[in-house]
Write a protein that binds this ligand. Structure first.
Ligand SMILES: Nc1nc2c(c(=O)[nH]1)N=C([C@H](O)[C@H](O)COP(=O)(O)OP(=O)(O)OP(=O)(O)O)CN2
Ligand code: ZN
Length: 132
């Protein structure tokens, strides 16, 4: 079999994993009569993306299982909860939830470069660290 040749350009490598949880929320700061002022629920999807060097021995940035391990504590805080009760999520918009998740994740050899939160099939938010 032909050996796998090294690419001629240097590559940036990102890996992602999507997680899900079910939760209720309401948005306390919306205008009077807004439907989201009432408690309702979503099947949330959260995608975590990290970037880093590919470990030459393992051939991966980090084990996908490492992302899952990091997610477990957040899942326990979020799943089947009223998000407004979770410290830091008193106003649980997608934007603030994505920032909350971002603030809770770090890995020794990989950088968190994107968090995507989708409340519905058609609405999502992405946060990135600012460059510089
Ligand atoms: N920028 C944001 N806008 C809204 C957020 C948010 O987090 N950030 N959140 C909501 C509510 O949570 C709402 O439940 C979700 O809104 P929407 O996408 O409108 O969901 P629907 O399924 O109800 O969509 P329809 O097309 O109206 O059926 C609102 N806005
Ligand atoms: Zn909602």
């Amino acid at each position: 079999m032909e050996p796998v040749s090294k690419p001629k350009v240097s590559l940036v490598t990102e890996i992602s994993r999507e997680f899900t949880f079910e939760a209720a929320h309401f948005l306390p700061n919306v205008p009077p009569g807004h439907k989201c002022s009432r408690v309702h629920g979503h099947s949330y999807r959260v995608e975590v993306t990290v970037r880093g060097p590919v470990d030459p021995h393992y051939g991966w940035v980090v084990d996908f299982a490492t992302l899952t391990e990091a997610w477990q504590a957040m899942h326990a805080q979020l799943d089947h909860r009223l998000l407004n009760d979770v410290p830091g999520l008193e106003n649980p918009t997608s934007e603030l939830l994505a920032a909350w998740v971002f603030g809770k994740l770090s890995f020794p050899t990989a950088k968190v470069v994107k968090i995507r939160v989708a409340e519905t099939c058609t609405s999502q938010c992405v946060v990135y660290p600012e460059e510089g």
